[in-house]
Design a protein around this ligand. Sequence first.
Ligand SMILES: NC(=O)c1ccc[n+]([C@@H]2O[C@H](COP(=O)([O-])OP(=O)(O)OC[C@H]3O[C@@H](n4cnc5c(N)ncnc54)[C@H](O)[C@@H]3O)[C@@H](O)[C@H]2O)c1
Length: 257
Amino acid sequence: MDVSQGSVLITGGAGGFGGATARRLAALGAKVVLADVADERGQALAAELGNGATYVRTDIRDEASIERAVATATALAPLRAVVIAHGGPPPPDKGGRTVGRDGGRVSTAHFAHMINVFLVSAYTVSAVAAQAMAANEPLASNQRGVIINTASIAGFEGQPGQVPYGAAKGGIIAMALNLARDLAPLGIRSMAIAPGTFLTFAYGAMGNDKAQETFGPLVLNPKRMGDPDEYAMLAQQIVENDFLNATTIRLDGGQRF
Ligand SMILES: NC(=O)c1ccc[n+]([C@@H]2O[C@H](COP(=O)([O-])OP(=O)(O)OC[C@H]3O[C@@H](n4cnc5c(N)ncnc54)[C@H](O)[C@@H]3O)[C@@H](O)[C@H]2O)c1
């Protein structure tokens, strides 16, 4: 998919994965729209990227907000790629094992929150973006657009205490093929990336050194956390390589726990 004459929408665009991907896709000539709630970081990155890059405050829990973000992108140029890489607000109560040592259980409200933030929102962004892409003139390759979702290795082998998050990310993995099948007649591809442990803003509060010390040894090789640009390299490859479709690629240095 040649995005040089198109726009690209990135949810969580001011974040670790989103920001790194924005830099790479902007370098290909795409007009990048950063959809996030981190106003300061988003505006600063849009200014750094130039070439029409725009920050649009977007709450991924709000369908109308997502529609506005997609409209912002299509107003700039035909939407050719969407990268879905947002986090979300914390759950309403504490998580943990489904039934903890104290006999309490993880609430349904907690589970539903995680599914909403990580799966329902990803479906909405995918569907609204695909609807906009369907109106694009196809390129000479007969392609109209590409959707990249972010799963997690927790969608394959979640840890104790990760039922809600693992279920949401398992849903992303299932959606990769289903979306690809639905959207194939429109010339739109669907892929997902399942990252292992990456040093993004999500680990900011912990401090980079402490995060590396804690999580680096869990990786098979290399023995360190992933760099967000390693995610962005794969996202760029997925955008550019039309034969990548309908699957989830693990990106985890071999981590299996
Ligand atoms: N970092 C990892 O190790 C890792 C591993 C596997 C999967 N993931 C997934 O990658 C995705 C991105 O995470 P990241 O590590 O880049 O985190 P990050 O914190 O660096 O970025 C997430 C971004 O989402 C934004 N955001 C938060 N709430 C939002 C909302 N309501 N609406 C729109 N944007 C909102 C944040 O402001 C932030 O900029 C998440 O889905 C996460 O589950 C991360």
